[in-house]
Design a protein around this ligand. Structure first.
Ligand SMILES: Nc1nc2c(ncn2[C@@H]2O[C@H](COP(=O)(O)OP(=O)(O)OP(=O)(O)O)[C@@H](O)[C@H]2O)c(=O)[nH]1
Ligand SMILES: [Mg+2]
Length: 325
């Protein structure tokens, strides 16, 4: 197979071994239905041979049902390694990820855009820009790390789920480098120490735990055999497919809310609205009392994170039965 250019960004790929982004076109049945990881975020779907945009291709993939998953974790936790395993491609550079990198995956007849963002402290500052449009989170942590590092990693997970655009979304928690730990460390130690179950209940997110051991000396066949991780991915895709319309509605609502907040901040900055209007009333007036009461009430509600009664019930899924040892 020669060089195939992506219609979205013109980026070419001449690696015969790398079949990750190629699939059948439904119009001309050529083998050039090609898209690349650079422009996947903008949902570019065009056949490079017949120049058509397809609402659906021959294998029944519906671009409208494209999933967006965020891959996060501290620096060196093995995110890029997992992403390469999921797209079944060989990893050539072992450098730290700077910025965001998007990968296209087709799994259970569903298209998915997996976005990895670097885990160093500078990159952590841009994570929140991706929360609104993501449907689920894959969070990696290094199982062979010290207690201090593990604590830092779980604090970060707590911080992510605390964000109003992330809480309630499904999370696949991946313990990487499980080949480097001995039998003295088990999942339930980590689960109890960092109170994963309590975290899932507090933020209303379903959390699934799984292992990954992507040893660099593994052959490609062995890498594909990372069953525990694949079972976790299966679970995540099934969860998203089962709840697709609900999650889509949530994303739309979040986007509207974000736009509204931006608009409000802009109006405040321009001095067109004033949030302190209540101060015009005398201190003990009934108007002030009402304002103070509602303000306190709202504050209490947001700090205790009460979920609306219409929200889907929160459930917690336990660790997959297979152990890394
Ligand atoms: N033995 C072993 N090594 C692993 C595993 N996963 C990742 N590594 C190694 O850990 C190092 C860091 O992995 P990366 O995937 O680059 O980490 P990252 O999370 O993408 O890091 P940043 O991009 O800096 O945020 C690499 O040298 C990997 O080969 C694993 O399961 N087992
Ligand atoms: Mg990386």
């Amino acid at each position: 197979m020669g060089i195939t250019l992506c219609k979205g960004c013109g980026y070419g790929n001449n690696n015969d071994d790398d079949t990750r982004n190629k699939c059948w076109c439904c119009c001309c049945y050529c083998y050039y239905y090609y898209y690349c990881c650079c422009c996947s975020w903008c949902s570019c779907w065009c056949c490079s041979s017949c120049n058509n945009n397809h609402p659906q291709n021959s294998v029944g993939l519906d671009p409208a049902k494209k999933m967006r998953i965020l891959l996060l974790g501290l620096a060196g936790s093995g995110k890029t390694e997992i992403a390469h395993q999921l797209i079944k491609a060989k990893r050539h550079d072992y450098q730290t990820t700077n910025g965001a990198h998007s990968y296209n995956i087709i799994h259970i007849d569903t298209m998915c855009s997996l976005t990895e963002i670097g885990g160093n402290e500078d990159m952590q500052k841009i994570w929140h820009h991706y929360y609104v449009s993501t449907m689920a989170l894959i969070y990696c942590f290094d199982m062979s790390a010290t207690y201090k590092e593990l604590k830092r990693s779980f604090c970060m997970l707590n911080k992510i789920l605390k964000n109003c655009y992330m809480s309630g979304k499904p999370v696949l928690l991946v313990a990487t480098k499980s080949d480097l730990v001995d039998e003295s460390i088990q999942w339930y130690d980590i689960e109890n120490t960092f109170q994963v179950e309590a975290m899932a209940r507090t933020y209303g997110s379903t959390i699934k735990l799984c292992y990954s051991n992507v040893n660099t000396e593994m052959t490609r066949v062995e890498r594909n055999f990372n069953l525990n991780l694949m079972a976790g991915i299966d679970w995540l895709f099934k969860y998203l497919l089962d709840n697709f319309s609900i999650i889509q509605m949530r994303l739309n609502c979040d986007r509207n809310m974000q736009n509204w907040e931006l608009q409000r901040d802009k109006l405040i900055a321009e001095g067109k609205i004033n949030l302190c209007k209540y101060q015009r009333f005398p201190k003990l007036s009934s108007r002030q009392k009402i304002w103070r009461y509602t303000h306190k009430h709202l504050k209490r509600r947001s700090s205790s994170l009460i979920r609306p009664h219409t929200a889907p019930t929160a459930s917690f899924v336990r660790t997959l039965s297979t152990s890394p040892h």
